[in-house]
Each structure stands twice: as C-alpha cells, then as structure tokens.
Design a protein around this ligand. Structure first.
Ligand SMILES: Nc1ncnc2c1ncn2[C@@H]1O[C@H](COP(=O)(O)OP(=O)(O)O)[C@@H](O)[C@H]1O
Ligand SMILES: [Mg+2]
Length: 282
C-alpha cells in the first residue's frame, strides 16, 4: 500500500491542500473534528483516507456507522470495535466514556494532567472514535424508546468530546448538517469539535452551521465548491481556512487495511496500570 511519508503519532495525511502542502489532520493539536457535506460530497471518502493514514500507527480505531456499517465495515479487523446500529452504538459510546473515566483515575494517581505525561510504558493506546452518518444517532420517531436512545447518544457523545482530549480519546463525526434541529445538545457537541471540514453543502444554512461560529469567511468559500468537486472541502480550526481535497483510497488499499488487526478491545483490560486502592477494574 502506497503510504505518504511517516508522520508523528496521531497525525494523518488525508489529502492535498490547494496551496500545495499535504492536508494533515493533527489530533494532538486539534483533538476532535466535525465533517459535513451533502450526500455524495466526499465525507465517507475522507474518513477512508483518515483510516488509511492512521492504520499503520499504534492507534485504536472505534467506528460507529449506523447505516449498517456500509462504509466503516469495509475496514474489517483494523477497527477494534464497530457499531452498526444505534443500540450497539450506545454500548460502544458508553464503554468509551468508561475508558475515559478509567484513564482519568490513572492520570490522577500518577499526578499527570494528560496521558502524554504518563511514562511511555504506562501510556494507554490512543483511540480515534469515528462516527459516520451522525444523524442516525439522533433519529426520533416520536416513540419513547427512540427518544431515550437519542438522549443517551447525545449525552455520551458530548461527554466523550468534553473529556476525551487529554485522555487520548478523539472524536471525528461526519454528517450532512449539524444544527440544533438534529437533536438534543448538538450545538454543545459542535462547540467541542474544534476542527471543521465542510464539503459541498445542500444550502448556505448547512455551511453556516459547520463553519459560521468559527470562521465566517470559510462559509463563503464553502459555497464555491461545485457538485463536480467531490472530495473538496474547506478546513478550518477557527483561524485561517484552507481548501483541500482528500486522497481517493483504492479497493486494494481497503482490502490491505482490513487485514491489519487493530489493538484489542475492550481497552480497560489491556492497560498496564495498577488500580487505585479500593477500586476494581473489570
Ligand atoms: N477526493 C475525491 N476525489 C475524487 N472523487 C471523490 C473524492 N471523494 C469522493 N469522491 C467521489 O464522490 C463519491 C461520493 O463520495 P462519498 O465519500 O461516498 O460521499 P458522502 O459520504 O458525502 O455521501 C465517491 O464515490 C467518489 O466517486
Ligand atoms: Mg457517506
């Protein structure tokens, strides 16, 4: 598999910027990312480019793809865990929050403010949680069950984003639009996702929802992406914006990635750390 030059841990070469340099997503600098765009604008392809770049690194990938795992399911064993419906997504998200809380206790006991301050041998594996089709997690058909599931997803996603950064648990969420109409606490979640990637949007309001709070200029630029420019996106973390295009990942690459086993799951059991007094680690 042709891979771009080796990059530092948690840096992923996902494409090419229009100014020339590679498009690199650096999770150590910006821990969580939001990816938006109309159907067929290139969201899932970008996620594939991200998976390819991270696949050769000691990083665990956890996937949530509630349209039956059609996209992330292609990567097979490289994902340590993949939820393909909402009930399973809740279980996976809850276990991620549990993992984060465990890591907090480990850091506290060691007097560390993040996992990066722990000695290398005791540092837990970084995890990137990738959600495709975000809206599936917030679907609400009016029934009590569906409302409760949407609530649970909203709470867990927000908690993951609020607490995960220092503990090496990162979130990338992709969807068509991310307004308050999507579901509970979506704008609070968006505020935690400091990196924004907007592909061609259905309308100005959608581009505004992705970029408007961080960089109003980028909203205007996002509108210039045409239907033919699949894979092109405007990227910003609030300061400058850049136009970039993701790498296309071949079927052969996907097959190769899917054969690389990811770190084991659940993560709690593989942490090389002694529990605190009175604490039981399951
Ligand atoms: N970077 C790219 N360069 C060229 N074509 C692309 C690129 N990204 C996506 N495409 C094309 O656009 C199609 C739709 O992309 P996809 O990622 O499935 O969109 P979405 O997930 O937003 O619906 C792909 O099948 C591919 O043909
Ligand atoms: Mg898609």
């Amino acid at each position: 598999m042709k891979q771009p030059a080796a990059l530092p841990l948690l840096s992923a070469d996902v494409g090419q910027t229009e100014d020339g340099p590679p498009w690199v997503i650096e999770f150590r600098k910006v821990p969580h990312w939001l990816v938006t765009g109309a159907t067929q604008s290139g969201k899932s392809s970008l996620l594939a480019a991200l998976v390819r770049s991270l696949s050769s690194q000691p990083v665990a990938l956890v996937g949530i793809d509630c349209k039956g795992g059609m996209e992330l399911g292609l990567f097979g064993r490289r994902f340590s865990k993949l939820a393909i419906d909402r009930k399973r997504a809740i279980v996976v998200l809850a276990s991620m929050v549990e993992e984060i809380e465990h890591r907090m206790r480990v850091c506290r006991a060691a007097g560390a403010r993040s996992i990066w301050e722990l000695p290398e041998g005791r540092r837990p594996t970084p995890i990137v949680v990738i959600v495709d089709e975000l809206a599936e997690l917030y679907l609400n058909d009016g029934s009590r069950e569906s409302r409760e599931e949407a609530e649970q997803c909203a709470t867990l996603l927000l908690r993951l984003a609020q607490l995960g950064a220092a503990l090496g648990v990162h979130l990338v969420a992709a969807g068509q639009r991310v307004g308050s109409d999507l579901g509970p606490r979506v704008t609070a979640l968006r505020a935690q996702l400091g990196g924004r990637i907007a592909h061609r949007a259905h309308d100005e309001a959608s581009a505004e929802m992705t970029l408007g709070d961080l960089n109003p200029d980028a909203v205007v630029i996002a509108q210039t992406i045409s239907e033919e420019e699949q894979g092109v996106a405007v990227v910003t973390t609030g300061g400058r914006w850049t136009r970039a295009r993701s790498h296309m990942i071949s079927t052969a690459d996907v097959a190769e990635i899917s054969a690389i086993p990811g770190p084991p799951y659940p993560f709690l059991s593989v942490l090389d750390t002694a529990p605190e007094k009175g604490e039981t680690v399951t």
